[in-house]
Write a protein that binds this ligand. Structure first.
Ligand code: ATP
Ligand code: MG
Length: 409
């Protein structure tokens, strides 16, 4: 990697589109610029309006360019939405060469075998193929088999797929904004880069990015991703409930939630009062803050139940001693870590981008975890090269070819 390189992450979220420029200098990542604009073309993590999303991407990138003084072309783009699913796959090959020493091309071959074993349906594309560990002649727990002797090599991999058309719509927006996609990365995987420690990943941890329209989960055990799911619920639902419950416009409900909201009714002390403006803008009503929290709590409880179900479904719920790390804008809700910890019976903390150089203050919020994480993903995984296979077609290379066909460019 050259001494100074710029890597840009693009988080196309339900509430905001945000571009983060990272400057990589001798392996250290400095935040050089951020551009964030409200998004209106995304619903539950998925593009529903190409025009609006394209405009938001252009705006966000332009702002990030101005702040960083760098021209942006290639982007690491986050993907999200309920269409994402993940499965385990296993690849097995024989090491037939005389000396039985495992070479890098054997590793590529076994990963290809895992991919073949899990070829997605024709309307789905592979987004990630993540090796979790290798098995050499029946001995598991091998992190890097290159150089070892063995007759049989197996890989355990996590395969993440998404619906082709949904991915195509997202990539089309980026292309129409005149930008190039370096690689796409799953939102919770990107956020994990920004907020999890390597000790947590080794030990076993759940990452929950609770945004505006989605809650994305990633379960990490032994350093790797074991399960992922994107649930179509988030902070918007809390706001919508407040708007209905207090009969107030959504914009006012959003303000109330942010200013006075809390995860649990217990967080509001007796006698605390808030002012609520009615639809129609008459005199404000004065209500106990408790009433607001009574609306938020059950919805958050529901989100917790959905998370609990997914964690259980992952089959790894019993091996996450590092607990759950919350990020995304909704992680800013008062008392959320305590609430989630009680409901899921796991230790919980709020995570946000940290330990970086440069303009860290501009991104030190759980809202920017995905954007910053995409930059770190680009840096740590060396981009599309990291998933290139022997035949020269990276997972993403294949996908881009297919995307080109689809959008006719
Ligand atoms: N202080 C706060 N308290 C509670 N909620 C907050 C606070 N600040 C922001 N939020 C909520 O966070 C949400 C936005 O978070 P975020 O920016 O992570 O979402 P997003 O990435 O755009 O959406 P998604 O990831 O779901 O596609 C909004 O619902 C907003 O109301
Ligand atoms: Mg998000």
């Amino acid at each position: 990697m050259p001494r100074k390189e710029h890597i840009t992450g693009l988080d196309i979220g339900t509430t905001k589109v945000c571009a983060v420029v990272g400057e990589v200098d001798d392996g250290e990542v400095h935040i050089a610029g951020v551009g964030s604009v409200p998004s209106s073309g995304i619903r539950k993590g998925v593009v529903i309006d190409i025009e609006a999303t394209t405009n938001a991407i252009e705006d966000a990138v332009e702002r990030a360019e101005r702040m960083s003084g760098e021209e942006i072309r290639g982007l690491y783009v986050g993907i999200s939405g309920e269409h994402i699913s993940s499965t385990n796959s296993r690849g097995i090959i024989a090491i037939s060469r005389g000396d039985h020493e495992i070479s890098p091309s054997d590793v590529e071959r076994v990963i290809d075998a895992a991919r073949m074993a899990a070829l997605p349906a024709s309307d789905r594309e592979i987004v990630h193929l993540l090796p979790r560990g290798f098995v050499v002649d029946g001995h598991d727990g091998v992190r890097n088999p290159v150089g070892m002797y063995g007759a049989r090599l197996e890989v355990e991999a996590q395969i993440v797929t998404g619906t082709s058309t949904v991915l195509a719509n997202l990539l089309k927006c980026v292309q129409r904004a005149g930008l190039e996609v370096e690689e796409i990365a799953l939102e919770p995987l990107a956020s994990a880069e920004a907020v999890l420690t390597s000790a947590e990943r080794e030990l076993g941890v759940v990452l929950a990015d609770i945004g505006g329209g989605t809650t994305s989960l990633g379960v990490f055990v032994g350093g790797g991703l074991c399960h992922t799911a994107i649930l179509p619920v988030g902070g918007h639902h809390l706001t919508a409930d407040v708007a209905v419950g207090l009969r107030t416009p959504v914009a006012e409900a959003e303000k109330l939630k942010i200013r006075y909201g809390a995860a649990s009714v217990q967080d509001a002390s007796e006698g605390e009062m808030i002012e609520v403006f009615n639809v129609g803008d008459r005199e404000p009503r004065v209500l106990p803050r408790r009433v607001l929290c009574e609306i938020i709590e059950p919805r958050l409880q529901e989100i917790c139940s959905l998370m609990r179900l997914q964690i259980r479904r992952s089959g790894f719920g019993h091996v996450v001693p590092a607990g759950i790390v919350l990020t995304g804008g909704t992680a800013l809700l008062r008392g959320i870590a305590k609430f989630v910890s009680e409901k899921l019976e796991l230790p919980a903390r709020v995570g946000m981008p940290d330990h970086l150089g440069g303009l860290v203050d501009a991104v030190r919020s759980p809202i920017f975890s995905t954007g910053v994480g995409l930059v770190l993903h680009g840096v740590r995984h060396g981009g599309a090269k990291a998933v290139r296979t022997t035949n020269g077609h990276g997972i993403f290379g294949r996908m881009r070819g297919w995307i080109r066909e689809m959008v006719g460019t």
